[in-house]
Design a protein around this ligand. Structure first.
Ligand SMILES: [Zn+2]
Length: 292
């Protein structure tokens, strides 16, 4: 039986998270224009198998296939009415794969709308996130992973919705050249997260593990007592012919594990382009470092 997620984090161990879902689903045949979350009901075996592969590779926790599962995002596919159902199904699949001894993180990505532009009201967006949160909680997640955000006001609504469940909250921003897409620095992000009372801070996507080291240091300086999670891409995607390729090999990524732990991260996993092989290599490096 697993410990509570927050209890485990207090033990000062390094935990391994999972790798990419979106690029994994594409590798499994999902076409562009398809709704990834719809696969939770149309291709449940494939979705569950992704979670199982990450656990086999050494992940202590797996995410859910619900990154685009806010009602606003699902509306783009005409599936907004199925927000609760698709999120619950995603959580149940990862829960089945994770069993009793691994954690499930309910993935919540940005809505794709910009509050500042008045495209959506705060109340409407909050209700959208709340519907997703309820589906994930009822499907059995252990914590929420609010990820790839770039706007503080939108993240705040997702965090407030997640807080209604009492479950732990991870919230990560994506930074490029020192700022999120909406101009937020890692320092300003970290200050806001402390104010909102999230349990785990961090950053995801971006440009490989080495590109994350300075962001982790900046977050650590503001929030020295909070656990920090890293989900790094396998480098920046490059176009090879008609194919998008992520350049960093598992060996390349794992070389930067010591630097990222040294900077203060305690949960390490992957984002776009990473595979179970990347997680296996990261896990092996962490085990080696920790047994010294
Ligand atoms: Zn990513």
């Amino acid at each position: 039986m697993r410990k509570s997620f927050l209890e485990a984090l207090k033990e000062n161990k390094t935990l391994i998270s999972d790798g990419a879902w979106g690029t994994f689903l594409q590798a499994e045949g999902m076409q562009s224009g398809e709704c990834p979350e719809e696969w939770n009901v149309s291709h449940p075996d494939i979705v569950k198998n992704i979670a199982e592969k990450y656990i086999k590779a050494g992940s202590d926790m797996v995410e859910t296939n619900t990154f685009g599962g806010s009602r606003h995002k699902l509306n783009l596919f005409g599936l907004g009415e199925r927000t609760y159902e698709l999120n619950k199904a995603g959580a149940e699949l990862s829960r089945e794969a994770a069993g009793d001894d691994h954690w499930v993180l309910g993935s919540i990505g940005p809505s794709g709308t910009i509050l500042m532009m008045g495209e959506v009201s705060e109340n409407e967006l909050y209700e959208d996130f709340l519907m997703q949160v309820r589906g994930l909680a009822d499907g059995g997640v252990d914590a929420f992973c609010i990820e790839t955000f770039s706007a503080l006001d939108e993240a705040e609504l997702a965090i407030k919705a997640a807080k209604t469940t009492g479950l732990p909250i991870i919230c990560t921003f994506t930074f490029e050249n020192g700022f999120s897409m909406m101009g937020v620095t890692p320092e300003a992000y970290a200050e806001k997260m402390l104010e909102l009372g999230v349990d785990v801070l961090g950053t995801n996507c971006g440009n490989g593990l080495d590109g994350m080291v300075d962001y982790v240091k900046a977050i650590k300086a503001i929030a020295p007592d909070h656990p920090i999670l890293i989900h790094a891409n396998a480098g920046l995607p490059v176009l090879k012919g008609t194919e998008t390729v992520y350049p960093e090999t598992p060996e390349h990524m794992s070389r930067f594990v010591p630097a990222i732990l040294e900077a203060g991260a305690c949960i390490v996993g992957g984002c776009c382009g990473t595979t179970p092989e990347h997680i296996k290599a990261i896990n092996k490096t962490v085990r080696m470092l920790k047994s010294e």
